[in-house]
Design a binder for this molecule. Structure first.
Ligand SMILES: [Zn+2]
Length: 299
């Protein structure tokens, strides 16, 4: 079942005027959390959002609208994250997403679209799914969604997956939590603590910075150098990290928008960062340096 966010309370911020904030590098900023799903699945996910949160999302499911916006604000690379809610789904979802991305790439060269693998702990050969996604379909990350798949992050069946991802330095974007609304609790983040302790070489990215359990996520970053977090909103609720947190962990934080299932347009999300009192080095790391460094290490 797709994630169904809680009703948001944080108002939108205005989009920055053109030219505000630091300029993107030649290869652009990176949005490391986007869901460009195959069209029929995208429509099904959208129907769930429309039933629970009508009118709140900033983009239609037509991928070109979101891609136009991403490119317009200086995004150059997009991580596309499919997620399996049940065993057997990854078998068709990863190839179908790869095919969808191949079609999109043929239409536009202004964005580098990065495929992520996905799987469910009940899959028969989850390590094989990782290897095939990387070796046959070019995946450069793995997305796991504990809430929609109804599993714990420290599910013992995932142990061989963590080992393989650590060996391959494959970044794992994991949405911890048990709630359809997309929120995480400190106990959910604690499951990631156990994983990170057993697998120090695993690049583990806490999706949505564990919102609203951001303090637990920051504690995780503090204690595990291999743990990262993305700043993706849960619809309109952006994870609440202070300037000091952003400075301290800039090389382990990633920008993410959740387009097209997001309540803010990408320009608004960028302005949450660029309007802060941060050095260009910090902003540049969060808006792409961290993500590109992670991908360069994949083997
Ligand atoms: Zn997401």
């Amino acid at each position: 079942m797709p994630e169904v966010p809680e009703v948001p309370t944080v108002p939108a911020v205005p989009e920055p005027p053109p030219g505000a904030g630091p300029s993107p590098p030649a290869n652009g900023w990176v949005d490391s959390h986007v869901h460009l799903l195959p069209p029929r699945l995208a429509a099904r996910v959208r129907a769930v959002f429309d039933a629970h949160l009508p009118g709140l999302l900033a983009y239609p499911t037509d991928p070109q609208v979101a891609l136009d916006d991403l490119a317009a604000v200086g995004i150059g690379q997009v991580w596309v994250l499919p997620y399996a809610h049940a065993p057997g789904v990854a078998d068709w979802l990863v190839p179908a997403t790869a095919e969808h991305l191949a079609e999109l790439r043929a239409e536009r060269q202004d964005l580098e679209l990065i495929l992520a693998a996905t799987l469910h702990p009940d899959d028969g050969d989850p390590v094989g799914l990782v290897d095939r996604a990387v070796d046959d379909y070019g995946a450069r990350a793995l997305k796991l969604h504990c809430a929609v798949g109804s599993f714990a992050a420290d599910d013992p069946r995932l142990e061989p997956v963590w080992q393989r991802c650590a060996e391959r330095r494959l970044p794992v974007v994991i949405h911890a939590g048990k709630h359809d609304s997309g929120v995480a609790a400190a106990a959910d983040v604690a499951e990631l603590d156990r994983v990170a302790t057993r697998h120090p070489d695993l690049p583990l990215i806490v999706a949505h910075a564990g919102h609203p359990a951001v303090a637990a996520t920051l504690d995780l970053l503090h204690r595990h150098p291999g743990v990262y977090a993305d700043l993706t909103p849960v619809v309109t609720r952006t994870p609440t990290l202070g300037d000091e947190d952003l400075r301290r962990f800039a090389d382990r934080l990633l920008f993410g928008s959740d387009t097209p299932n997001t309540g803010h347009r990408v320009g608004q999300l960028l302005s949450f960062l660029t309007s802060r009192d941060l050095t260009e080095a910090v902003t540049t790391a969060i808006l792409g340096g961290t993500a590109r460094r992670l991908l360069a290490a994949v083997r």
